[in-house]
Ligand binder design. Sequence first.
Ligand SMILES: [Zn+2]
Length: 269
Amino acid sequence: MHYIDPHIHMVSRTTDDYARMAQAGCIAITEPAFWAGFDRSSAQGFHDYFRVLTETEPARAAQYGIRHFAWICINPKEAEDPGFAREVIALIPDFLDKPNVLGVGEIGLNKNSKNELEILEAQIALAKARDQLILVHTPHLEDKLKGTRLIMDALANHDVDPGRVLIDHVEEHTVGAVLDAGYWAGMTLYPDSKCTPERATDIIETYGRERIWINSAGDWGPSDPLAVPKCHVEMLRRGHPRETVKRISIDNPRTFLGQCAKFDVEDPS
Ligand SMILES: [Zn+2]
């Protein structure tokens, strides 16, 4: 079945992964800017990274017939030094104008610190001023619920339209609050943390298929670039119709991402 993986860090993956994803039906991906497995020592390091996201990866993906889109930001893990973070933020506007960039992301919180929150607010303000879509990273495990609430408060303080924000890495204890507030929700399928395909399918059965998608968030650590089609297998095994699978992995991504005119991926069916 055709699908879109709306959150995967291909900068950390091999070309063989692109080939396997194409064979599994992947037609498009979106790649948020995030920690790349190491701290960058200068703003120039981010400039080079943003060029990879807007030049190198789209060309690599195109070799396998996969459309590549990106999100630009400084991630919360490297935002502990506000002076340094603001140097990086100054680079962002030029990249937002690139043809494959859909918005600002993945911004959010990592340890819920004061400095992270300051830089999150600065990037929400930038996104709002430039009418950009927002992709949000929520913290891990015990910090997730508190971090999700802090992020939703910050977005509301800036009067951001919830329909233009996707809050990612939701789990059972955060998905309800995210959807109730009008935001889009992303479930990340990891082998040993966040959601498994089974848990994600449980969540869809509980919360429905509106304003929700699944992604692999494949990256430098233990993760699976084929997690999305593996979740489809679990859904079909439980008797969900193919139309529901298409809804969460084609229709919903097209509806949310299509709010940016640059996302011109057609319905493959
Ligand atoms: Zn990510």
